[in-house]
Design a protein around this ligand. Structure first.
Ligand code: G6P
Length: 465
């Protein structure tokens, strides 16, 4: 039933803009997260009455919901913990993420059995809880922007509950090509596509992912996009004003000094910053660095690979194993090549945003070599923040490649030798060429800042189909 009191603009996502930590004495403290969507939504302002519906993710969040503690403009849903675990770890992270990033080792996986079907039922329940909450909270004719693979069924469910709403769905990931997408059981593939097609508009970060979605619809559902859903592309860019201000604060300067000391006087730095995420290809990046030291021995003692790999999704064994492999390869390179005063790989795993910005500022080379990535904002942030120019070595499988490919050195992420050659070329690039390229990269990277990205999506929802 339509409410005239409700919110005129709603955002729905699994991870919300705020999380709560519970201290030993039972106190709750709120922490606001970053990211494109958070800064995008701030363009609307709280006075516009926008509401963000998200999931309670940890004990702190659940306690906040129980106590009725909430940030203005945010509603957290406390879905049953097992349902959430099945939907988030089981389906979203272990199936949908793997499909869209093409991460399966197919001789042994995936296996879609009874256990998978049980988790799928939880995924439906989880999506239904969001659809229900959005239906309760939305004003008549409101715009609802549903985010990502966690909530692929929400647009269709919400449309059934509230036909008056204008619904958009945005995918922050790549979209798999049909042959890979059809690893999924046919009924599940159809349900996922049909879920998103419940939206008035389905949008993606690049044309490539949008086309793959359309191809999957044709392959699974037959020709034509049946519901008349419009397909859009909005390539989220870096937030230049925020980054430039934030990267010159005292905490960043302090971390720069500490990093410089770790790297050592006069040495070059090849920097990467990622979540320790299977799709980011951190291990092959290190193998390429090792090959650089083998093939071009003049770099021994003169370059350091600074790798920040922040823990992610550690509930999943495959992520824990990958994190361990990242550490093992870093140690192996250090023990084979390291000397008393030179540590070839500096690996940090504790999340520290100020230190990431410090690394961006001093990087000579940024290595962004994902197997597949929806966009990759690191590729867009480094050129904006860099002090003296930085060469971007960029995977052609990152969404950012469409916008930055001309001025980056591009690599096939599986080609370790090719990546090693690109690193060598990056390290030997004349400084004036590097500066020119950085300038053009920064301009391309900031073409669609988060606020504009968000407003464009809202505006596009209003356009007639
Ligand atoms: C990707 C997804 C986001 C997700 C983020 C972090 O960027 O597109 O939806 O929030 O990864 O992953 P996590 O599982 O920690 O939320």
């Amino acid at each position: 039933m339509a409410s005239t009191q409700g919110a005129p603009i709603l955002v729905a996502s699994n991870r919300g803009p705020v999380s709560y930590a519970l201290d030993d004495s039972g106190g709750l403290s709120a922490r606001r997260g970053g990211g494109g969507l958070v800064s995008g939504l701030s363009a609307i302002g709280p006075e516009a009455g926008a509401l963000w519906v998200c999931s309670a993710l940890g004990d702190g969040d659940r306690e906040a919901v129980r106590r009725g503690v909430a940030e203005p403009g945010v509603r957290m849903l406390d879905v049953d913990a097992q349902v959430h675990a099945d939907a988030y770890n089981g389906i979203a992270n272990s199936v949908l993420w793997f499909v869209h990033h093409m991460l399966y080792q197919t001789p042994l996986e995936p296996v879609f059995d009874a256990g998978f079907r049980r988790q799928w039922a939880s995924y439906e329940t989880y999506n239904h809880a969001f659809a229900q909450a959005l239906a309760e909270e939305a004003a008549e004719g409101a715009a609802v922007l549903v985010q990502d693979y966690h909530l692929a069924l929400v647009p269709r469910m919400l449309r059934e509950l509230r036909p008056d709403l204008r619904i958009g769905h945005f995918s922050h990931t790549p979209w798999a090509p049909p042959d890979y997408f059809r690893l999924l059981p046919d009924d599940i593939a159809a349900q996922l596509l049909g879920g998103i097609l419940g939206a008035d508009r389905a949008a993606f970060l690049t044309r490539r992912w949008a086309d793959a979605f359309t191809d999957c619809c044709h392959a699974v559902l037959g020709p034509g996009i049946p519901s008349g859903t419009r397909i859009g592309v909005h390539g989220l860019g870096a937030d230049a004003d925020f980054l430039r201000e934030r990267s010159h604060r005292a905490d960043v300067d302090e971390r720069m000094a500490a990093l410089r000391e770790q790297i050592g006087e006069g040495r070059r730095a090849i920097v990467r910053v990622d979540r320790t995420e299977l799709s980011k290809n951190i291990v092959r990046g290190m193998l390429a660095f090792r090959q650089l030291l083998d093939d071009e021995p003049e770099w021994r003692g003169r370059v350091v690979h600074v790798a920040f790999a922040y823990p992610s999704r550690q509930d999943l064994a495959v992520y824990r194993a990958y994190t361990a492999e990242v550490r093992r390869v870093a140690e192996e390179i250090n023990s084979r090549y390291g000397t008393e005063d030179w540590t070839p790989v500096v690996l940090h795993v504790e999340d520290d945003f100020a230190r990431s910005l410090a690394a961006y500022r001093l990087a000579d080379v940024a290595l962004v070599n994902p197997i597949r990535d929806g966009m990759n904002l690191v590729a867009k942030e480094v050129p904006v923040v860099s002090d003296d120019g930085c060469v971007l070595v960029l995977s052609r499988e990152a969404g950012a490649y469409e916008e930055l490919g001309d001025d980056a050195l591009t690599v096939n992420p599986y080609d370790v030798s090719g990546t090693a050659r690109a690193l060598h070329r990056a390290l030997t690039m004349p400084l004036d060429e590097r500066a020119e390229r950085t300038k053009r990269l920064a301009a391309a990277a900031t073409a669609l800042p988060p606020a504009q990205w968000f407003l464009d999506q809202l505006r596009a929802l209003d356009q007639p189909s």
